[in-house]
Design a protein around this ligand. Structure first.
Ligand code: PEP
Ligand code: MG
Length: 320
């Protein structure tokens, strides 16, 4: 088992019928990239930039941010990097930003909504990202998108920054799909962006109306619920209409059954915690895409997450 995993660590996640998924890691710091690559990551599918704000007692300025993004690009040595713009609000509060207290922070001014209200936060970050993108492959991703108009506005801000900097080269732009409205509107949103990355942590909480951190409801926040999987299917269908690719950077991508179902639903990239990479790659290599597609179709027709979990018995486990 361990020998199989070690051998396949650096091999691509190619299914037995020859379909290769891209496997990336969720990494926030350049000094964690080496370990991710050792463990088989092919790039960084999610760099959460909140940590830059959370670990300081001040807002990092453009130069400070540029240094961090450029170091990340360098550590990756030409492999892809997706940097998510600041996603503050909900469970992520930054005391030194002095944001107004809200009664329902998860439904409040969070993620893209905050960025659109605060040019003082958004513009320096976009400037740093556009400059770092000149040093290697870097894509920009916007969090918590719930409407097409937010995407239009954010892209206009990005275009303005590129004009200011005199940098015309196209930078790939993606959005997180983590709100049900975005999943259902994926065919409309896909016209405006290069890729989607599904945030199953938030998509689960918003779909099932369960606070992702609620102490009593933890069991209900089930990313394997068919309601969540159906929204993943909607997202993939919408993306395909415009030839866009779909990844998943939420926790479901790092769970064996989750990864199997996501691949079966047509997701092309899975980005996960470094500790999950080896097992997920090995699992995908033991199955055909056709098998995973059949499994995913069955999962869509179940009543709840427990019934979906029971399908996990059909997956081949690692040889002893
Ligand atoms: C998600 O919601 O699944 C996600 C990846 O974003 P975060 O966990 O940072 O909210
Ligand atoms: Mg999220």
């Amino acid at each position: 088992h361990q020998a199989e995993e070690a051998a396949s660590r650096l091999q691509p996640a190619t299914t037995t019928d020859g379909h290769t998924l891209e496997i990336a890691a969720n990494v926030n710091r350049a000094d964690q990239v080496a370990r991710a690559l050792e463990q088989g990551a092919e790039g960084v599918g999610l760099m959460r930039t909140e940590f830059l704000f959370l670990e300081r007692d001040h807002v990092p300025d453009e130069e400070e941010q540029f240094a961090v993004y450029q170091a990340m690009v360098q550590a990756l040595g030409g492999r892809p990097l997706i940097v998510r713009t600041l996603d503050i609000g909900g469970d992520k509060q930054v005391p030194h930003l002095n944001l107004p207290v809200e009664e329902n922070p998860f439904l409040g001014v969070r993620g893209a909504r905050l960025c659109l209200q605060r040019d003082d936060l958004l513009m320096p970050q976009l400037r740093a990202l556009v400059r770092a993108a000149q040093t290697g492959p870097l894509s920009i991703m916007f969090p918590m998108i719930s409407t097409v108009d937010e995407v239009r506005q954010l892209k206009a801000r990005l275009a303005e920054v590129q004009r200011q900097l005199g940098i015309g080269a196209a930078i790939p732009v993606g959005i997180m799909i983590e709100v049900p409205s975005a999943a259902r509107m994926a065919d409309r949103l896909a016209a405006h962006v290069d890729f989607f990355s599904i945030g199953t942590n938030d998509l689960t909480q918003y779909t099932l109306a369960v606070d992702r951190q609620h102490p009593q409801l933890a069991g209900m926040a089930d990313s394997l619920h068919p309601a969540v999987l159906r929204l993943v299917a909607d997202t993939v269908a919408g993306a395909r209409r415009h030839g866009r690719w779909v990844g998943v950077c939420g926790g479901l991508a790092g769970e064996p059954l989750g990864a199997a179902l996501l691949a079966g639903l047509g997701v092309q990239e899975l980005s996960m915690s470094v500790g999950d990479l080896t097992a997920i790659k090995a699992l995908l290599r033991r199955h055909s895409l056709a098998e995973l597609q059949a499994l995913a179709q069955q999962a869509l027709d179940m009543d709840d997450g427990d019934q979906v979990r029971a399908l996990g018995a059909r997956l081949r486990s690692a040889p002893e």
